[in-house]
Design a protein around this ligand. Structure first.
Ligand code: PEP
Length: 252
């Protein structure tokens, strides 16, 4: 099995200002000794991606974006940002299919897949988000929903991707799934990727996301099949995000 370097990604969502970018240097000051063992990624709002890349110069912190256009070619798309532009600005990753994009912007699996394809074509690594709602879990449909999302949202033929399992009900909330529940869905995601990519699936990192904090990070990382985390609120402050990163067993 290919070795997978843990990835801990921070999604700043629509928070922060230029002044927030100083958190990147502060983060590096705290996590530098762990950088060979764990990859840290910050995804600021798109308008700050270029500046974040400058802030991260001389560090091993990666910078990514939170979304991209599904259209690869330069064209008349007012307000859209292409994956090629993000790559040109120095981004390495882009999140696609976050549940807030799916629910607030009505993005279906087919569009998420096209965004992931556009990212791959531009040389970015898409972080493809999947996850069930509270109702779907209560109905016993979590595995079926997540399996279908992975099959439909993940492009065929190129395993240079990351998948983030983010139960919608755990995002921005107070509750997280149990370690056993996280492990069960991560196993299902891995099996679905193996069905799609064969051996190539072994290099794909599967992250857990949903209310990860310095308090519960060690427990989350103890779940079988978890290759890192996608973190919202707790990534905004360097001290909290560093505590999560340093809480990964590989960082010890
Ligand atoms: C997210 O938005 O991807 C997320 C996991 O948010 P939070 O950590 O705030 O739940």
């Amino acid at each position: 099995m290919a070795a997978r370097k843990p990835l801990i990604a921070g999604n700043w969502k629509m928070f922060g200002r230029q002044s927030s970018l100083s958190e990147i240097k502060a983060l590096w000051g705290a996590i530098a000794p762990a950088a060979e063992a764990v990859e840290a990624l910050i995804c600021p709002p798109a308008v700050y991606v270029g500046q974040a890349v400058w802030q991260a110069r001389g560090t091993q912190i990666s910078i990514g974006a939170q979304d991209c256009s599904a259209v690869g070619d330069d064209s008349a798309r007012t307000g859209e940002i292409s994956a090629a532009m993000l790559a040109d600005a120095g981004a390495k990753y882009v999140i696609v299919g976050h549940s807030e994009r799916r629910s607030q912007h009505g993005e279906p699996d087919a569009l998420v897949r096209r965004k992931a394809e556009a990212a791959l074509a531009a040389g970015l690594i898409p972080i493809i988000c999947v996850g069930e709602t509270q109702v779907e879990r209560a109905d016993g449909r979590a595995s079926a929903v997540v399996g279908a999302q992975v099959r439909s949202s993940v492009p065929d033929g190129n395993a240079a991707i990351v998948v983030a399992y983010e139960p919608v009900w755990a995002i921005g909330g107070a509750s997280t799934p149990t370690v056993a529940e996280i492990a069960e869905i991560h196993g299902l995601v891995r099996a679905t990727l193996v069905a799609k990519f064969g051996e190539g699936a072994s290099g794909v990192r599967i992250l857990y996301g949903g209310s990860v904090s310095p308090k519960n990070a060690a427990e989350v990382f103890s779940a079988e099949g978890v290759d890192g985390a996608l973190v919202g609120r707790a990534s905004l402050k360097a001290a909290d995000f560093a505590a999560i990163i340093l809480g990964h067993p590989a960082a010890k």
